[in-house]
Design a protein around this ligand. Structure first.
Ligand SMILES: [Zn+2]
Length: 233
């Protein structure tokens, strides 16, 4: 089964898995369902009715089942015998805390290492990853949100790649962190503030300042965690 988990170990980060693929039908169907999951139009735990999607997206069952299989590989969809597909359940508060603890242990240090290895090419890649989504530009909010979830995953993965520890990178990738976190809450504040924090990181990277990068990443993760905590109220 094809999944989006980056497993190619090249020197340059393989981010192809995070970029919407070709304009093929299967790709478009995947993106449509991904956006519905991210923006909670299909809420965590909800049954996913294939026939309903067939009517809504006006396609046959084949690309839908293909997309659902891919989303299953990404941990966003679960398939239950005799029941069918449903959206993965919301992560529990405890798991959320554990995830941020793990990220806080690994990502600030990785940002520091990445800053020390920074060059123009890497900086340009990071700038692109951080900025592609841009600010509010009138596009569909739900699509914007799901695209940001993917961009954020890519941005953080790039930093881990430049930090140079593949085990750490794989460990965090394996958690599909960003997809689960972004499903906690569908709110524009989540993206707007994160963009400011990404800019602070870019400034530190541009200066090759390891301690500033470490601090900016710590602040970003702590703020990100605090922004999402109300989802558990
Ligand atoms: Zn981020």
């Amino acid at each position: 089964m094809q999944t989006r988990t980056p497993t190619i170990h090249t020197e340059a980060p393989d981010t192809s898995g995070f970029i919407p693929r070709s304009n093929s039908l299967a790709g478009s169907v995947y993106e449509a369902i991904f956006a519905q999951l991210m923006a909670l139009k299909i809420p965590p735990g909800a049954r996913i009715n294939v026939d309903h999607l067939v009517r809504e997206l006006n396609v046959s069952q084949t690309p839908i089942r293909e997309a659902l299989g891919r989303l299953e590989g990404e941990g966003l969809v679960v398939k239950t015998h005799l029941i069918g597909y449903s959206a993965a359940p919301q992560i529990a508060r405890r798991r959320f805390d554990e995830l941020y603890q793990l990220r806080l242990l690994l990502e600030p240090d990785s940002a520091a290492r990445a800053a020390l290895s920074m060059d123009d090419e890497k900086l340009a890649t990071l700038r692109e990853a951080a900025g592609v989504m841009g600010r509010r530009d009138g596009t569909d909010e739900r699509l914007r949100y799901s695209t940001f979830a993917r961009q954020d995953a890519m941005f953080h993965d790039c930093i881990l790649a430049y930090a140079g520890n593949e085990l750490i990178r794989e460990t965090l990738n394996h958690q599909h962190t960003h997809f689960h976190i972004f499903r906690l809450m569908f709110h524009s504040r989540v993206t707007e503030e994160a963009l400011d924090e990404h800019e602070a990181l870019l400034t530190a990277f541009a200066a090759g300042d390891a301690s500033a990068a470490e601090k900016a990443m710590r602040v970003h993760l702590e703020h990100s965690r605090d922004r999402l905590l109300p989802a558990f109220d």
